[in-house]
Each structure stands twice: as C-alpha cells, then as structure tokens.
Design a protein. Structure first.
Length: 244
C-alpha cells in the first residue's frame, strides 16, 4: 500500500506518525516546496519523489492536505493522474468539493476532526469508496458519514462557523483584558464556569489561529461563499478581525 501526500503540513506529518505499518509506504515530493516544508519532509518517515505527478501516479491513496484556496487547482493539476483513492482533507465548501469531484475518479470527502497534532483525531469520510479506508481503523478512528460527496465538507463548514468565530472572539476579549493588565484574571474567572482546561485550550486556540490567520481567513471565505451571507453576521465579523 502506497499513500501519497500533496501538501506536507501538520496534518500530513501527524498521519505519518499515527499510521505505523511495514505494509504502508508514504511518498511525497519537495517540488516547489518552501525550505520549512522541505525540512519537515526530511524529518518524516516518507520517501521523496521528483514530482507530484509521480506521487499521484504511484499512490493507492493520494491525500490532498493543502489550503482551501489551492485545493481545487491541486485536483485539476494532479487528479487526472490518480487512479486510486483521492482523499481531500482541505477545509472547503461542498461546492468546491463537487468541483474537485469532476477532476478525480475516486474522490473521498474527508476531514480530520480534533487537534491537528493529537494522538487520537477522528477521520470523517464520505463517498462511494469511503468504506475502503476502514482498514485505517487500526491506527486512527475512521467515521464513515455516507456515500454522498459533500456531506463531510458541509459538516466541516458548520463546525468552522462556530470554531473560527469563537477563536476571533477569544482573541479580541483576551487582548482587551491584556490592555487593562487583567489577562490572567480574565482567564481565571472564565475557568470557574467553563472548566479547568479552559485556559489551556483557549490559549492553544488563540496561538493556532494567530499562526495560521491566512488559512483561517480562507476557511471563513468558503463559509461566506457557500451559505446565505445574510445569516453570517458573526462569521463576517470574525473574518474582518482575522484580516487585520
């Protein structure tokens, strides 16, 4: 079994750590990658090929884990070479997923739910061949939603309307508290009602959002473009906050 990656960020790196089997070979390419990505590739247990075209041709499962803005272009460029399963893990709308479906033969609509580098994330999947990924249950929990392409993408968007908006609100609230010299006390009083792990989880959420503002903004754009924008007052506000 050969699993290939187009895109080599935290999702790809963590999947390699979790899926440990002598029967599985991981492949990717350093073609046009940044120095940081190339370094991440070197530190991972993955075979490096000359091009992503070659990765697509050789993979039994080709995983696209890039950014919302590049997901469709990646499928157009390399999907035609992928004869095995094409697993898209990008945070995109059902509309974008359906467009990707036009360019690949065996699309599975997927999402990694949980902290991106956790030891126990859940892989949500949908598509006619989604059950074929059940063998990965040995390494990571697989939850098959349906055979309908777009169902997981829609769940991702619905989840993001909450998580991305909440992240923007946390950033704004903690910044206000810090300005008054009361940041620690702010988290203290919220911990009383939100639980003992609230401070740790909130600061992790804030740091993750600030470190990936561009990607988060792209995800919010996907939400606004898919749903009726009149119903997205908070999402629009979150996008404006993250764009500053």
């Amino acid at each position: 079994m050969i699993i290939g990656f187009i895109g080599f960020g935290k999702v790809s790196q963590n999947l390699i750590k979790l899926i440990k089997s002598e029967d599985i070979l991981f492949i990717t390419s350093a073609q046009n990658r940044s120095p940081k990505t190339i370094e991440n590739i070197k530190q991972s247990d993955v075979e490096v090929l000359d091009s992503f075209k070659e990765v697509a041709i050789k993979s039994d499962i080709l995983i696209s884990a890039n950014s919302p803005a590049s997901a469709l272009n990646v499928s157009k460029k390399y999907g035609k070479y992928a004869k095995g399963i094409y697993l898209d893990l990008n945070n995109i709308s059902p509309d974008t997923t359906m467009k990707i479906n036009e360019h690949v033969e065996n699309l599975i609509d997927g999402a990694v739910i949980g902290k991106i580098d956790s030891t126990n994330p859940i892989l949500y999947v949908a598509g006619k061949k989604a059950e074929e990924l059940s063998f990965l249950n040995e390494f990571i929990q697989i939850k098959v939603i349906s055979e309908k392409i777009g169902d997981v993408s829609l769940l991702k968007l619905l989840r993001s309307t909450y998580t991305k908006t909440l992240s923007a609100l946390l950033i704004e609230s903690s910044n206000l508290a810090e300005g008054y010299g009361l940041e620690e006390e702010f988290f203290d009083i919220l911990t009383l009602t939100e639980g003992e792990t609230f401070r740790e989880k909130s600061k992790s959420r804030i740091a993750n959002t600030l470190n990936s503002k561009k990607r988060k903004s792209e995800e919010l754009d996907e939400i606004i473009n898919y749903f009726d924008s009149d119903d997205l007052i908070m999402v629009k506000a979150a996008l404006e906050r993250l764009s500053q």
